[in-house]
Design a protein around this ligand. Structure first.
Ligand code: ACO
Length: 325
């Protein structure tokens, strides 16, 4: 008998309780609530407390996803954590989460770095590994503490980002029809300089070496719209479905204007898109899994429905996944 397809069995999310509003930011840098809302749609974001790390946020989100899937830590034999803000350069933050949650020795645990597309990269890799039959249940986590890599004096970046974590449990489908149907990952060559955080081996003048986000926002904006539109079309064509058959689109939560443009180019109504960036800002790899979790808990994603996930991020990486819930 053919084994069941791989599906998402549960989701979870966790964000720090501390809310940082646009008004508070306007007291630190030369900006305003009106500018931030009109250019991005962001109203507030969450910021980790001192000592609260990416692994802390990831562990809380993952524990909720496990409970939602009705599985125990001992059921997990694959843990992939997407982040650009690991607790340590080594070992992987996935190993720290393994220990926190009590996932047994022997599980495969590693991090992926594909910036804001990281969760979709992790999802694709987990899907492939589970489909091979060599692993049974995977935890895929997107978690970030971006507040620790922001230049709080740079108004062009510090207003955009926030902290948080989201997680999904993958395993053999339990309902007929439920499945990850398709996934595509890409990278635009030669665009690394548009958005980056210097790492330990980066050789620049010490002043430029600070481990903070640097971004050419306008260029990223244009490429982001085209990339997410392209990968959405690619998945729809590959699966021979039309856009109006998609029940819910969960895009990377970077900027309301990017989402408006994609909706326009794909000729899809905006109310088909799940949007929570007004409350979280851009949480990079955590953005899609937090939104997926909220879409599920708010009933925006129902059994049998088609869900399209699309993201872009530093690299510039981009990707999409089509899921039958
Ligand atoms: N408050 C007030 N004014 C500001 C601010 C601010 N926070 N930031 C920039 N400005 C000013 C600029 O200095 C500029 O002033 P000038 O005309 O005197 O030079 C003016 O506003 C316009 O700036 P632009 O950069 O042209 O503003 P734009 O409309 O392009 O919006 C933004 C900037 C929001 C960054 C937009 O380009 C964007 O969203 N880009 C995509 C960014 C993104 O999605 N990044 C995440 C990537 S995902 C990942 O991997 C992390």
């Amino acid at each position: 008998m053919a084994s069941p397809p791989i599906a998402i069995l549960g989701t979870g999310a966790h964000a720090p309780s501390r809310i940082l509003t646009n008004e508070e930011l306007a007291q630190r840098v030369d900006t305003s609530h009106e500018w931030i809302v009109s250019r991005t749609g962001i109203r507030e974001r969450r910021v980790a407390e001192p000592g609260q790390t990416t692994a802390d946020l990831a562990s809380a989100a993952a524990a909720e996803a496990l409970a939602n899937a009705g599985l125990a830590p001992a059921d997990i034999d694959l843990l992939i954590l997407a982040t650009v803000t690991p607790d340590l350069d080594m070992p992987a933050t996935a190993c720290l989460v393994q220990q926190r949650l009590g996932i047994p020795s022997g599980a495969a645990c590693f991090d992926v770095n594909a910036a804001c597309t990281g969760f979709l990269y992790g999802l694709d890799v987990a899907w492939s590994m589970l489909s091979s039959g060599r692993y049974r249940h995977a935890l895929v986590i997107g978690a970030e503490r971006l507040s620790s890599v922001l230049d709080w004096e740079d108004r062009t970046t510090c207003v955009l980002f926030g902290d948080g974590a989201g997680a999904a449990v993958l395993g053999p489908a339990r309902r007929p029809g439920a499945a990850i149907l398709a996934s595509r990952l890409h990278t635009v060559a030669g665009t690394s300089d548009l958005l980056h955080i210097p790492g330990p081996s980066y050789s620049l003048e010490p002043a430029e070496h600070r481990r903070v986000i640097r971004m050419k926002g306008k260029e990223v904006f244009k490429l982001a719209v085209r990339a997410m539109e392209d990968v959405a079309r690619e998945l729809l064509e590959q699966q021979r479905i039309s856009g109006d058959q998609i029940d819910c689109i969960i895009p990377h939560q970077a900027n309301q204007r990017i989402i408006d443009a994609i909706a326009q180019y794909l000729q899809l109504p905006l109310d088909r898109f799940f949007i929570n960036l007004d409350r979280y800002g851009n949480t990079s790899a955590a953005s899609i899994p937090i939104a997926l979790h909220e879409a599920r808990t708010q009933g925006r994603v129902q059994p049998g429905q088609l869900v399209l996930l699309v993201a872009f991020g530093a690299g510039l990486t981009y990707g999409g996944a089509l899921v039958r819930w």
